[in-house]
Design a protein around this ligand. Structure first.
Ligand SMILES: Nc1ncnc2c1ncn2[C@@H]1O[C@H](COP(=O)(O)OP(=O)(O)OP(=O)(O)O)[C@@H](O)[C@H]1O
Length: 646
């Protein structure tokens, strides 16, 4: 798709051109590692002042815009980064981390298993590309991780003489400009995209302001940042949790909206639509597609809603009446509180299904958000006007170089190659992973499943083993928490609703005997360190309360246990009334009910059937992304042909 991006992945045989299949790093890297280590030993003997002077010399050599020169200084740069890491944190890079750094520097996706130390590995390519002075963007999947990684690595960058910025989501433009002016900028992936859109609007508004007016305003010092783009270019991006940022989040475009839309309708009309929708009946008047999560009116339903509308229209229509009704039905019948959204302080806030995070800045479009507000009887907000939109796939294409890391890339190898021209390279683990995967347990109902999870957690906790119970939704986390409380099991909940700080909950989750119930907020990127008592009791145990529609998300959750060669275990649970099974595998649900026993022991083919369901869901999501990208390409070509004609 992005033929224009120069591919620097062909560096010294470490990686090849983006070819099919997952590559592995071979023995050819050993020589490099020895050279980095030898240079590192020389640097180790320097005092801080001489060490900083070596870093400054490296900067002077590389401060050019030529990829070849940047890459020719890899050994020096990696040795400097390794030494800065040792001096500031006491850690030394493992050989496999240096390998990971090499393939990342060359512009690939490195598949580095969970818990292998991706955070510090990111510093290697970041520093190498930051020497050029063109700015490196380090993106991750949420603001907790970007702030954590920024704080952890800032001393390393400081020692090497780099400035580092952190993007505060929705922060003021002055702060954004400052953060982007730094050599290295950390932030959530979506924030970089939104800032790009805001910059485009700023540039557009500058073109629309007359030159004389602009000059006068600048003389008066008014709104000096009003039309100043925050980003200063797109030289190199390093994306942590790359499959989350580039695939899961990339199913919908980034949309910048604000102001009142011309299609906004009076609040009374949303309420009226809701009342009518409550009188309609499924199958006769509307049909629900549980897989696509859509609603379609039948001809009878269509007739009925128009009869009702003719009788008493409470306001002027700015969008089709049927759409208002479909939105009301979707809000009522499909979107669930504590699953798809939460209501906090009188506001409807969307929950990200992949990360479990609550986003107060996001809104559903085309009147759906208002339909949910009408359902929840909260104050109605205005529908917003769309100002700008971009797909992640297109935004990433603006970077001259891109690299990414994740523990779960190989499943998405073809998509990463097709949409982003990024090959996947698998890096070995430092120590063998000894995670124990316990057999799937299946139940006839969620109620029995929750009881079994609570019993198991209680037993493990008593033996001193910490347990992380991963839930698919906030609702599930609340139900499990209630069940644990009923059994007198002390536990902590992490689902975005609690007041406790996320970082401190994660810190306590590895204490011997601790029980933590968490949504996907803790399922990716979090580093739960088991203490000595916990390790002696078998390390962290992960109980996955239900399976996600995407297997990568499940693998990430399991990856919270048994990191860095530590002991640990995981077990998945399923129930016939789990939403994924209900919507996509009714036959499997029936078999589960028929064969479920009290211990949850189940037939081996149930795991295979569940994996098949996940594969179907993943294929559907891929089709959605392919359609979105094709539509985006089409819009782009229409716009450029209109621009050519104008
Ligand atoms: N070279 C090293 N020496 C000592 N400890 C290390 C080293 N590399 C990583 N670690 C430790 O390993 C733990 C896991 O690191 P980190 O969270 O970066 O892993 P990760 O690969 O990002 O995991 P995930 O895929 O779950 O995000 C951290 O506690 C980190 O301090």
């Amino acid at each position: 798709m992005f033929q224009s991006r120069p591919c620097i992945a062909n560096y010294r045989g470490i990686t090849g051109q983006p070819k099919r299949g997952v590559q592995s790093v071979g023995k050819s890297t050993q020589d490099w590692i020895q050279r980095v280590r030898a240079r590192g030993r020389q640097l180790e003997s320097l005092d801080d002042q001489s060490f900083r002077a070596s870093a400054a010399r490296c900067r002077d050599r590389i401060r050019v815009r030529d990829d070849a020169v940047v890459l020719d200084n890899t050994i020096e740069s990696f040795a400097l980064t390794g030494e800065a890491l040792r001096r500031t944190t006491g850690m030394s890079y493992y050989d496999v981390q240096l390998c990971g750094g090499f393939v990342l520097a060359a512009g690939t996706i490195a598949e580095i298993q969970t818990g292998e130390g991706k955070t510090i590995t990111t510093a290697l390519p970041t520093v190498l590309h930051a020497w050029s002075g063109r700015g490196v963007h380090v993106a991750t999947t949420n603001d907790y991780l970007s702030s954590r990684d920024h704080d952890e690595l800032k001393p390393v960058y400081d020692m090497l003489g780099f400035s580092v910025g952190l993007l505060q989501p929705q922060g003021p433009v002055e702060e954004k400009i400052e953060a982007y002016a730094c050599d290295i900028t950390y932030g959530p992936g979506y924030e970089f995209g939104f800032d790009f859109l805001k910059d485009q609007l700023a540039i557009r508004s500058r073109h629309q302001t007359r030159l004389g007016e602009r000059f006068l305003r600048s003389l008066q010092g008014i709104d000096s940042h009003e039309a100043t783009p925050a980003q200063r270019g797109h030289a190199f991006a390093i994306i942590d949790e790359a499959d989350s940022v580039l695939i899961d989040e990339a199913t919908t475009p980034l949309i910048l909206a604000g102001g009142k839309s011309s299609a906004a309708t009076s609040p009374a009309l949303y309420q009226f639509a809701r009342r009518i929708s409550l009188d309609l009946s499924e199958d006769d008047d509307y049909i629900i597609d549980p897989i696509k999560r859509t609603i379609r009116l039948t001809p009878d339903g269509w007739k009925r809603i128009h009869q009702r509308f003719d009788s008493r229209p409470p306001g002027q229509l700015a969008r089709p009446w049927s759409q208002l009704i479909e939105n009301a039905l979707r809000a009522e019948r499909i979107l669930q509180c504590d699953v798809d959204y939460v209501v906090q302080e009188g506001q409807v806030m969307i929950v990200d299904p992949n990360t479990g995070r609550i986003h107060d800045e996001r809104k559903w479009s085309s009147g759906l958000h208002q339909a949910v507000e009408a359902k929840e009887q909260v104050e109605m907000t205005d529908e917003n006007e769309t100002h700008a939109r971009i797909t992640r796939q297109r935004y990433i294409g603006f970077y001259d170089g891109v690299a990414g890391l994740t523990g779960t890339a190989s499943d998405s190898e073809s998509e990463l190659r097709e949409f982003y021209r990024l090959p996947v390279v698998r890096i070995e683990t430092n120590k063998p992973c000894v995670r124990q995967h316990l057999p799937l347990r299946c139940f006839d109902s969620c109620r029995n499943k929750f009881d079994a999870i609570a019993d198991d957690a209680a037993g493990r906790s008593r033996r001193g083993q910490p347990v992380l119970i991963g839930t698919g939704t906030i609702q599930e986390s609340k139900l499990l928490s209630r069940r644990l409380s009923e059994q007198g099991i002390s536990h902590v909940v992490l689902n975005g609703l609690q007041d406790d700080e996320e970082a401190s909950i994660v810190r306590r989750a590895g204490v011997s005997g601790a029980v933590t119930v968490a949504t996907n907020m803790a399922g990716r990127g979090t580093d739960i360190k088991p203490d000595a008592g916990a390790l002696a009791a078998g390390g962290l145990h992960v109980a996955a309360a239900s399976m996600h529609a995407c297997q990568r998300v499940d693998r990430q959750l399991a990856g919270r246990a048994a990191r860095q060669g530590d002991p640990g275990s995981c077990q998945f649970y399923a129930a016939a009334d789990d939403e994924l099974i209900q919507s996509r595998g009714p036959d499997l649900a029936a078999e589960m009910i028929a064969s479920a026993g009290p211990t949850g022991e189940c037939r081996k083919d149930f795991s295979v059937a569940l994996r098949r369901i996940q594969r179907q869901a993943e294929a559907d999501a891929l089709v959605q992304r392919q359609r979105m990208v094709a539509h985006d390409d089409w819009m782009e070509s229409v716009q450029s042909s209109l621009a050519r004609r104008a």
